[in-house]
Design a protein around this ligand. Structure first.
Ligand code: G3P
Ligand code: MG
Length: 250
């Protein structure tokens, strides 16, 4: 149900480096992580970039928005200065740069499809196609642990991903798990439910596991809470505190 690593570094290197940057991946590696979650959004010209917010202002300076900016202009923006002077000059990565780095270092990827409003289907389809092409050998070999897991809060994005590249597995991200979660997950052909640990209950966790789905939580930063949800049957979670919760955490 969950052939993937149990502990996953959130947004690259959690809070130990600027989120969604290559420096984040490097920080994760430094703490022994070989599993990462990050966010992918389409540029104006339809290219996947690793960034969380559609609007500029938090991790990149200036005014504007990712879906209205060309990839080549996003790719030269500073995504590290906000975090601290040593990271000045970190760029907004292309998704393909993240793939290359993760393949070279043997890092498993949970790719969150993060569409800007109105670009749900386009983003889902693009991420799924690019991932399928980059992992064609692993998909052909049928080793699930070697294949990335796509996830999204957007049903539409995941449906488009399913249609574009059905062989790339999908996890359905839900902040609060609705009553009809199973019907939705079945429609998407999802292999896992990803949910906010704050709203999870032992009863819901048991129901999801009993239905045969993987169960993944975000974003767990307290070791005691992590132990508690693992006892409920949670298969894995992402964390910002890669310094407190290591890859071998039990
Ligand atoms: O994929 C889990 C988690 O990353 C979802 O929330 O806002 O951190 O992308 P966010
Ligand atoms: Mg995310």
């Amino acid at each position: 149900m969950w052939p993937y690593p149990k502990i996953v570094a959130h947004r690259g290197g959690g809070t130990l480096a600027p989120e969604n940057t290559i420096a984040g991946l490097r920080a994760g590696l430094a703490y022994g992580f070989r599993a990462v979650e990050f966010d992918v959004m389409l540029s104006q010209d339809g290219i996947g970039m690793v960034i969380h917010d559609p609007e500029f202002g938090r991790t990149v300076t200036g005014h504007g928005a990712v879906p209205h900016t060309l990839a080549r202009d996003l790719a030269v923006m500073d995504a590290g200065r906000w975090y601290g002077a040593p990271f000045k000059g970190e760029r907004v990565p292309y998704y393909t740069q993240f793939i290359d780095y993760c393949q070279a270092q043997g890092i498993w990827m949970n790719v969150e499809i993060k569409p800007a409003d109105g670009f749900e289907a386009a983003t889902g389809a693009w991420v799924a196609r690019v991932t399928r092409d980059a992992y064609a050998a692993e998909i052909a070999a049928g080793d699930p642990a070697a294949i990335p897991l796509l996830s999204s809060f957007s049903f539409e994005a995941l449906a488009a991903a399913r249609d574009a590249a059905p062989d790339v597995p999908r996890g359905y991200l839900l902040d609060r798990i609705p009553a009809d979660w199973e019907a939705q997950a079945r429609q998407l052909g999802a292999v896992a439910i990803h949910t906010n640990h704050k709203h999870l209950t032992p009863t819901l966790a048991a129901a999801i596991k009993a239905a045969g789905y993987g169960l993944f939580c975000y974003t767990v930063n307290d070791p005691a809470r992590a132990r508690e949800i693992l006892l409920w049957g949670v298969d894995g979670f992402c964390t910002d505190r890669i310094d407190l919760i290591g890859p071998a955490f039990t």
